[in-house]
Design a binder for this molecule. Sequence first.
Ligand SMILES: *Cc1c(COP(=O)(O)O)cnc(C)c1O
Length: 390
Amino acid sequence: MQMRLAARVGQVNPSLTLAIDSKAKAMKAEGADVCNFSVGEPDFPTPAHIRQAATDALEAGKTRYGAVAGEMKLRQAIAQKLQTENGLCYGAENVIVTNGGKHSLYNLMMATIQPGDEVIIPAPYWLSYPEMVTLAGGTPVIVQTDETTGFKITPEQLQQAITPNTRLFVLNSPSNPTGMVYSPDEVRALAKVVLEHDLYVVSDEIYEKLLYDGAEHLSIGAVSPEAFERTIISSGFAKAYAMTGWRIGFLAAPVELIRACSLVQGHSTSNVCTFAQYGAIAALEGSQDFIQDMLKAFSQRRKLMLSYLNEMPGITCVEPNGAFYLLPNIKRTGMKSIEFCETLLEEQQAVMVPGVAFGSDGYVRISYATDTDTIKKGMERLDKFVRSRL
Ligand SMILES: *Cc1c(COP(=O)(O)O)cnc(C)c1O
C-alpha cells in the first residue's frame, strides 16, 4: 500500500483474541470439532421483552437521528438505576449513552487524555484499556498483579505508580480477564489513595451483576461524597442483559465531562441506534429475573470448570467470584501463553486466550459462557494436553 498511515495506527497492537479466533473458525470450517473457550459474551439470547420493546420502537418510527447523548428516557432510567442500585447520586444530565461500554471508555480517553498524561492500569487488564490510552496519545502505566493479591492492585502499588502526570486510574471489578471482585474494604482503601492524590478513577462496572458465592459489588463512587466527585462510571447492557450486539453502553460522570464526551461523540458516531435504546429502557424497567437464571447457569459451569482445573497437574487456578472467566496459571508447563494456546488448539482443538493479551504471560483465559458438554469435553482435552507436557 502506498498511502502513509497515521503513526497512531502503528502504535496499537492488533487484537490477539481475533487472531486465535480466526484460526479456530478456519479449523471449524474444515470440519474439526472445536471447543471454544475464548468467548467474551453470554451464550444466552436477549430476553424477549427487551427484543419486543425495540421492535415496537422500530414500528413506531423511532428511526431518526436522536440526541447525541441519548434518549432522555434512557438517560433518566440509567441515572435512576445508578441511584437505587449503586448509591450514586446522578441525574440524567450526568449520563451519556454510548455505542457500548467500549465506546464510553474511548470517548472518555479522547476527552481527557493528551500526550504526557499517564493512566494507571492494573494487569491482567481488559486488552482495550492500554490501546485506547495510546490512541489518545497518552501513556499506559501497567501495574502487575498476581495470585498473591488475588490479581488485585493494592493501595501501596497504586500509590507507587502515581506521578505528577497521572490523570486516571482504571478500576475493573468484577474483572475481565481474572473474574476477581474487589471487596468493599479493598475498594475503600483504593478510594483513599485516589483522594489523597487528587486522581480520577474510571470504574468499569460492566460485570457488576455477575457475582457468585455472596460476593458484593461496591462502586468506588459510593464510598464517600469526595470519592463520588472523582469517579467516572463506565458500564453497559452487553453482559448483564446478553445484549452484546446491540451496542449500548453509558458513561456517568460530572456534567462537564459528559459535555466533553458528547462533543467527541457528536463528531464521531452521533447517537446510539435510536430504537435499540428503547430495548435498553425495557431492560432497566422490566423484570430482572433473566439475570438470576443466567447467573444460576454460570454458577454451575464455574464450579464444574474449577473442579476439572483443580484436578489437573501443572495448573493452578484461583477461584474468582465474578464475571464468566477463569485465569489459570500455566507457568509450570514451561510454555509461554501464546505457545500454550496455539499448541492446545492444534493438538486438542480447544480455544483459550493467551494471558499475554491481557499483559500477563503465564496465564490463559478460559470463558465459561458456554454449554456444559463443551466444558466437559474441553476440560478433558486440556487435561490430556497438560499431562503430555509434564
Ligand atoms: C465487554 C466489556 C466491555 C464493554 O463491552 P461493550 O460490548 O462495548 O459494551 C467493557 N469492559 C470490559 C472489561 C468488558 O469485558
